[in-house]
Design a binder for this molecule. Structure first.
Ligand code: ACM
Length: 261
């Protein structure tokens, strides 16, 4: 399976143009599974609940349809982050759209910083779906900070986590090494680049999108700056062997009787 990380810099609020550019980048770089950043086509730094709501999309939106159509046309799966409008709530969500018409919605479990002001906490929980022989799990950015996120996905059978990100802290790209090795899974962190200045605050995103193997190899490592699409071939089966040696299996030997918190 070919995995693509789409490192991207959206123009804040320019949703249609950003969607067009993202789909064009995917089309130019053939792969089976594309992972795009968190809030991939809106930008990140909302300054009010009204603004967040005004840029959010429900699942019937023409922008979501554009990704669905691209997935079908390219015969590939696309996972992208977006602000999801659902009734009175707005979620920081990611959607996996598959060429056969299936789609899977994940709502971010662990909201970061001012996201807590503008988004509802996710309520979908962690889950896994099958695509082209791989079991794919979804997580969004700050979810990485909580080891339970990737561990839960591994326990549910994920081979690879599509991790849509807008990282501003300097840790995740290195922390992915530990999470991939501890859970024996592939982690695909697609990060954005550039800075956003909104009102009195500037946030700079760290780039360096990474794909890490169950053995801790960095199969892809993007630049700090600049839009790019990085593609690598993986064998999802590599994530099915959880043994460190013949006596240690990282999932089977968990001492849940000792973990009481
Ligand atoms: C983040 O969760 N966007 C850092």
């Amino acid at each position: 399976m070919k995995v693509a990380l789409v490192q991207f810099e959206p123009v804040f609020g320019d949703r249609d143009r950003n969607v067009g550019r993202l789909i064009r980048l995917c089309r130019q770089n053939p792969a089976d599974l594309y992972v795009l950043p968190e809030l991939a086509y809106t930008g990140y730094q909302f300054v009010s609940a009204e603004e967040t709501r005004s840029l959010a999309d429900d699942l019937e939106s023409p922008r979501i349809d554009a990704f669905r159509a691209a997935a079908k046309d390219m015969d590939a799966a696309i996972v992208f982050g977006f602000p999801e409008l659902s009734g009175a709530s707005v979620y920081n969500a990611s959607l996996a759209v598959l060429p056969d018409g299936r789609s899977y919605l994940y709502r971010k479990t662990h909201l970061f910083y001012k996201e807590n002001l503008y988004f509802s906490p996710g309520d979908t929980g962690f889950f896994v779906f099958e695509f082209r022989g791989a079991r794919v799990g979804l997580a969004i950015c700050f979810d990485w900070f909580f080891p339970e996120s990737f561990r839960t996905l591994a326990l549910k059978g994920a081979d690879i986590v599509a991790h849509c990100s807008n990282l501003v802290l300097p840790y995740c790209q290195r922390a992915d090494f530990a999470a991939a090795v501890q859970n024996r899974i592939f982690i695909a962190t697609a990060n954005r680049v550039g800075s956003e200045q909104r009102e009195d605050e500037t946030l700079t995103f760290t780039g360096e999108s990474v794909l890490v193997s169950p053995r801790g190899e960095y199969l892809l490592y993007g630049p700090e700056d600049g839009e790019t699409v990085l593609v690598a071939e993986i064998d999802p089966e590599e994530a099915r062997d959880k043994s460190v040696n013949r006596y240690n299996d990282v999932l089977a030997m968990r001492r849940t009787d000792m973990y009481s918190l």
